[in-house]
Design a protein around this ligand. Sequence first.
Ligand SMILES: *[C@@H]1O[C@H](CO)[C@@H](O)[C@H](O)[C@H]1NC(C)=O
Ligand SMILES: *[C@@H]1O[C@H](CO)[C@@H](O)[C@H](O)[C@H]1NC(C)=O
Ligand SMILES: *[C@@H]1O[C@H](CO)[C@@H](O)[C@H](O)[C@H]1NC(C)=O
Ligand SMILES: *[C@@H]1O[C@H](CO)[C@@H](O)[C@H](O)[C@H]1NC(C)=O
Length: 359
Amino acid sequence: MGVWSHDLRLLLLNVLLLFPSLYLVNAEGPKEQRSESSESCDFFEGSWVEVEDDSYPLYEECPFIDAGLNCQKNGRPDKLYLKYKWQPTHCDLHRFDGEAFLQRFRGKKIMFVGDSLSNNQWQSLGCMLYAANSNCTLVRKGNRSILSFPDYELDVTFLKNGFLVDLVHEESGGRVLKLDSLSRSKQWEDVDMLIFNSYHWWMHTGNLQTWDYFQVGEKLYKEMDRMDAYKIALTTWANWVDSNIDPNKTKVFFQGISAVHYHGNEWNEPAVQDCRHQTKPIEGSSFPGERYPGEAVVKGVLGNMTNSVYLLDIALLTQLRKDGHPSTYAGGVVDCSHWCVAGVPDSWNQILYSILIQN
Ligand SMILES: *[C@@H]1O[C@H](CO)[C@@H](O)[C@H](O)[C@H]1NC(C)=O
Ligand SMILES: *[C@@H]1O[C@H](CO)[C@@H](O)[C@H](O)[C@H]1NC(C)=O
Ligand SMILES: *[C@@H]1O[C@H](CO)[C@@H](O)[C@H](O)[C@H]1NC(C)=O
Ligand SMILES: *[C@@H]1O[C@H](CO)[C@@H](O)[C@H](O)[C@H]1NC(C)=O
């Protein structure tokens, strides 16, 4: 885990096409996701609205929130950030029903694979389910954290894997990020619902960069356009999903790009340095700053797949939540990249739930 202090402004050199946010992608190319009940509804277009009643936050008590994400425990004084719900412009999200979710996944395995933002979403879902049934156990084994609900024989796992492709420490000393190699993918098999994520680690530079070389085939590269490297790696992952996942058994999601708030000029507050003292979301349904370059890469790679992978396109809805980060209540650092739990990721899981119900 860590704080991503990269300067996003440097990366926003490309002029990016703005795609409609939600696609169900398949061999015929991108197709808009529709259902009879919510014709033309895009879950990812909308705004944050304050809830007056006590329906939010969705849970108060949760025993397994990471110290760095447990903002209330760390003394965050304001609570308004817990009272916002995501309201899609053209439809309503289903109210999250933890009991129904547990029933639906009886006897199944759910796995989040990715970086600390996958961990963030996993913790949130764990807490939402715990609120419905507290008979659960948490076991941590190596890179895995497994939350089990024995009454439902359900496992909800977080598997830490920042790049999806392999990062290898070679005997010769160098750390090599192998863009076309996936030696740990066996761990993703026999799972009923997979939610992948990878983005922020690709942007690391300086001390935060965890590799020395990129490798493609036999060739080593000291540096590479980061979006090119990201595209090659995601394509490696996409080919694995297309060849190894039976879509009749396993649902696959990709958690889109989660926003960071280190530069107030991105949201028209140039005097603001980061997310400190932010207690309210940005109003409305558009963000004044630029899109992330990775968004186009993700959409392009998913659009080329033969299997359907559902994009949880959280970029816009997180860009609007400059108030949702742990900020100075992370225990030490100023964290404007992860999210308080309870908080913003609860809405990602409500959207996930709504997608599951709709299909
Ligand atoms: C755990 O992750 C690290 C890199 O984050 C990797 O080197 C190691 O092989 C992983 N362990 C297992 C058991 O997959
Ligand atoms: C938790 O679930 C297990 C397995 O169903 C059961 O044996 C146990 O009695 C349950 N514990 C509680 C406190 O309900
Ligand atoms: C999935 O199920 C459908 C309908 O039962 C079937 O036609 C299709 O061949 C199956 N696909 C795979 C990959 O098994
Ligand atoms: C999609 O596939 C086409 C044809 O193979 C390729 O030219 C293009 O670069 C791919 N796009 C992405 C984003 O992977």
